[in-house]
Write a protein that binds this ligand. Structure first.
Ligand code: UDP
Length: 324
């Protein structure tokens, strides 16, 4: 099978491309390099283009059997400040991608969704049938796209997998791929940068949450576990002809303070930090119930928080050379 990995020069897309190649699939990356990096596409067939560019997209689409779509803006805070950017890219340009796939007869579509579609859930762990009530434009844009996929399935015979990630983190074990965001806003890379002395002390956003140590609890999932789930999900929809909506998490929560403790274990260094007020829109606890992915794909996360932080640390040390 030949797969168009849209957003394939980004963090999760580049890991999915590698997982597809390891399974023997042909991969074409499509990325406008606005937030992706050429270095993460090294050695792969890369088409530099925007998902709003119909002609370029169509000529790439004619060469493939399936699409994995990672090309979205994904900063919650920015989506609140600049919703136009989020609806324009994640919805309007995203629909352009979807329409192009349908027009070119590409039937299998894997979509990178998010637990942000659940908003602030009443309980935890979260199953896929929890109400979808996003509390920011980012989550709303992802939910819109999920609904479009659902409607297109009935109307145009598309098969899709919506994969709702919890907190993607970590890096490929080779040290050749990893997280690169500009600006970086995520907890683990910022905590590692603080520990190494290359970044500012970490700001912990609130320690008065109703959690055991007062800091937020998240379900951190290794990017290669996510990547493997994408490969299995694509195989599943293409073999069964049925669509899928799945949570991808470990089912285990870790608090911000627990993350800092593991960063210390892995790096041997304290994480300089300070407590600051809560960040708007952060639910206290987000943990997946990932049993549906286990039942339908036989998938279960293989890597734990120590693996996540060790691989992220390895990547941080190597990436300066790779991205120079
Ligand atoms: N967090 C923090 N300080 C930071 C960045 C994140 O305390 O500098 C906390 C944040 O409040 C959340 C958790 O770490 O509870 C994970 O945040 P991140 O931005 O990594 O991912 P998100 O949950 O927003 O997808």
């Amino acid at each position: 099978m030949t797969v168009l990995v849209v957003g394939g020069a980004g963090y999760i897309g580049s890991h999915a491309a590698r997982a597809l190649s390891l399974r023997g699939e042909n991969v074409i990356l499509y990325d406008n390099l606005s937030t992706g990096f050429r270095a993460l596409a090294e050695g792969r067939d890369l088409v530099v283009g925007d998902i709003a560019d119909v002609d370029r997209l169509e000529s790439a689409m004619r060469r493939v059997d399936a699409v994995m779509h990672f090309a979205a803006h994904a900063y919650v805070g920015e989506s609140v400040e600049n919703p136009r950017k989020y609806f324009q890219n994640n919805v309007v340009a995203g629909l352009n991608l979807l329409d192009t796939a349908v027009r070119c007869g590409v039937r299998n579509f894997v979509f990178s969704s998010t637990c942000a579609v659940y908003g602030v859930p009443a309980r935890t762990p979260i199953t896929e049938d929890f109400p979808r009530e996003p509390v920011n434009p980012y989550g709303a844009s992802k939910l819109f796209f999920e609904r479009a996929l659902h409607a297109y399935q009935h109307a145009y015979g598309l098969r899709y997998a919506c994969l709702r990630y919890f907190n993607a983190a970590g890096a490929d074990e080779s040290g050749e791929l990893g997280e690169l965001h500009e600006p970086e806003t995520h907890l683990i890379p910022l905590a590692l940068a603080a520990a190494s002395g290359s970044g500012e002390p970490l700001s912990i956003f609130g320690e008065d949450y109703p959690t055991p140590d007062g800091t937020c609890v998240r379900d951190f999932i290794h990017v290669n576990d996510l990547a493997e789930a994408h490969v299995l999900a694509l195989q599943n929809i293409s073999d069964s002809g049925e669509s899928l909506v799945l949570n991808l998490g470990t089912g285990e929560g870790h608090s911000v303070r627990e993350v800092l403790a593991v960063v210390k274990q892995v790096t041997g260094r304290e994480v300089p930090h300070k407590i600051v007020p809560r960040r708007a829109g952060d639910p206290p606890v987000l943990v997946a119930d990932a049993s549906k992915a286990k039942a339908l794909l036989g998938w279960k996360a293989q890597r734990n928080l120590t693996d996540i932080i060790s691989t992220a640390w390895n990547w941080m040390q190597k990436r300066a050379a790779i991205t120079a």
